[in-house]
Write a protein that binds this ligand. Structure first.
Ligand code: GLY
Length: 371
């Protein structure tokens, strides 16, 4: 069971292979990229404990030497300290310009290791082996790499495309349900932004995707990656259309910052709340009927996802502070807030200069619902 999605980017084109058993077949998949029989794998401690042995066995059978570094799990890793550690470790391992670095983990590992590969010796190739649903459908594809700083999320980074992505959906069986649901937040985003038929399908089969049905997972990951690959091929560096992938993200980044990038709110959970709010905002601006945001929220709720600020435990700042946190988002252009809004499910567009008072009102309503 395997699908292949091609990301067409001229000399930087690559395949995303999606299926089961790809970790065990990793050596054969990666072999054509190697100029010498050695790879450096960077992972996190959780993924290392669950899956690294399988990767090592696969490489051993093909006579490929492996050296591995396991970073601490969690968003806190995605900063300067672990980035420096990773780069210096790769140099100590004598990774050269023609070598391949493997990012084996979720979005944190993929972003951090991709950025390390982008700057190491002015750029080495890297392979993404994403181990979460979120990383398989979004962060491993498209070449956005980077780390967080105290000023905000993903504010330092580089566009650096991987040479290959291996999305082994078999690993999803070991994902905690909360992580799985958070990844599903990004899956729904694709239907909402550009494929109403896919959203219809998710309404019927979303429970199978999250519940572990491999055929449903293969379809959901493949369709998500196809959509992302198409957008990235047309707009690699986010001059236009790629911004659609940020549906829900302006709200999400403010909420993540307000909750300290902690496990009070996982990124995909923030995306789900952000999508619900973006559709609500679209309705308040008269772009779509009330039934549209209701349908979005209903599906997210039915899946067990967070959809409102009321679903976030603990204190949140007031609406004005949340609005100012949106101003830290790197999609701000000339100080104006940019939102992804929608005319309908599957029909999103980029909107600049959205009136601040409408956003403020929406945030206030959402905060009031917590009382
Ligand atoms: N995750 C948004 C993007 O890759 O553009």
């Amino acid at each position: 069971m395997k699908n292949v999605v091609h990301v067409a980017l001229g000399a930087r084109s690559y395949d995303v292979r999606i299926g089961t058993g790809l970790i065990d077949a990793m050596a054969a998949e990666v072999s054509p990229l190697l100029t010498r029989r050695k790879v450096a794998v960077v992972t996190d401690e959780t993924v290392a404990a669950e899956h690294l042995l399988r990767l090592a066995k696969s490489l051993e059978t093909e006579g490929i030497a492996m050296t591995a570094l396991a970073l601490p799990p969690g968003e806190g890793t995605k900063g300067w300290d672990q980035f420096t550690r990773c780069v210096e470790w790769l140099l100590e391992q004598k990774i050269e310009r023609r070598d391949v670095v493997v990012a084996f983990g979720g979005g944190v590992v993929g972003d951090l290791v991709g950025f390390a590969a982008a700057v190491l010796r002015r750029g080495v190739r890297f392979v993404q082996i994403p181990t979460t649903l979120l990383a398989q459908v979004d962060s491993s594809v498209g070449g956005k790499t980077g780390i967080n700083t105290p000023q905000g999320k993903n504010l330092v980074g580089a566009f650096h495309q991987p040479s290959l992505v291996l999305a082994d959906i078999g690993v999803l069986a070991t994902l905690p349900r909360r992580q799985m649901l958070a990844g599903y937040g990004e899956v729904v985003k694709y239907g909402l932004l550009g494929d109403a038929t896919f959203f219809d399908w998710l309404e019927k089969h979303g429970a199978n995707v999250v519940g572990g049905d491999p055929a449903a997972q293969l379809h959901a990951v493949t369709r998500s990656v196809e959509m992302k690959a198409g957008i990235v091929s047309r707009d690699e560096t986010e001059e236009g259309e790629r911004a659609l992938l940020n549906l829900g993200h302006t709200f999400c980044h403010a909420l993540e910052k307000a909750t300290g990038f902690s496990d009070r709110l996982l990124h995909g959970e923030g995306v789900a709340i952000g999508c619900a709010l973006a559709f609500e905002l679209s309705q308040r601006l008269g772009l779509c009927g009330q039934e549209v945001p209701s349908r979005v929220r209903e599906h997210l709720k039915a899946m067990g996802l967070k959809t409102d600020m009321a679903d976030i435990r603990g204190d949140l700042p007031d609406a004005a502070t949340l609005l100012s946190l949106m101003g830290q988002d790197k999609k701000v252009v000339d100080g104006k807030l940019r939102f992804i809004l929608a005319r309908d499910i599957g029909d999103a567009f980029v909107a600049d200069g959205v009136p601040h008072d409408v956003v403020l009102d929406l945030l206030q309503t959402s905060l009031d619902a917590r009382r």
